[in-house]
Design a protein around this ligand. Structure first.
Ligand code: S3P
Length: 177
């Protein structure tokens, strides 16, 4: 079993991915963390040293390594599905799930927790909102190539997270029927 969680920054891929992996008794990986560990640099440092194009190359390489792992949930970066053959690759290698949150949820979460993300670190208020709206519109066609889609807005406490995990379990079980 190999599950890829995709979706915009702040949609809850890591939060849900960790809980899903525990529930299924498999291993959780966060693609950004794998990149940071392998290259011994933060995502911010990679962006400033190699630019976004350099980051996307490393992201591609690590995704294609992680795509060989067995029994894993992999939380991707928000941009992962847009580059190279990444989205088709994930659809070939496992179950892809688009975690879709409303613009309001994304703005709220990214206002609180945007600093570590180079694409938005210096943005706030209406500038952040406009950026999110525009980038999401560009990215959504890629996200919609995922096999499944679930809402990411309700991940605010343990109960909501557990409900979302069960929803994914149901989707995956249906496939086996
Ligand atoms: C990015 C999202 C980040 C990280 C990098 C670029 C993006 O991951 O990969 O900052 O292009 O949306 P998260 O989605 O986990 O924040």
């Amino acid at each position: 079993m190999r599950i890829f969680l995709i979706g915009f920054m702040g949609t809850g891929k890591t939060t849900l991915g960790k809980a899903l992996a525990i529930h299924l008794g498999i291993t959780f990986y966060d693609l950004d963390q794998l990149i940071e560990q392998r290259y011994m640099k933060s995502i911010t440092d990679i962006f400033s040293k190699y630019g976004e194009d350099g980051f996307r190359e490393l992201e591609y390489k690590i995704l294609h390594e992680a795509g060989e792992f067995e029994n894993v949930v992999i939380a991707c970066g928000g941009g992962t599905p847009l580059y190279y053959d990444n989205m088709d690759y994930m659809n070939r290698k496992g179950d892809t799930i688009y975690l879709k949150s409303s613009i309001e949820t994304l703005i709220r979460r990214l206002e609180e927790d945007g600093a570590k993300r180079p694409l938005i670190a210096k943005k706030s208020g209406s500038q952040l909102k406009d950026f999110i709206v525009e980038l999401l519109a560009k990215r959504e066609p890629y996200y919609l190539k995922a096999r499944y889609s679930i809402k990411g807005d309700r991940l605010e406490d343990k109960k909501q997270i557990a409900e979302s995990v069960r929803e994914i379990e149901k989707l995956l079980n249906k496939k086996l029927d």
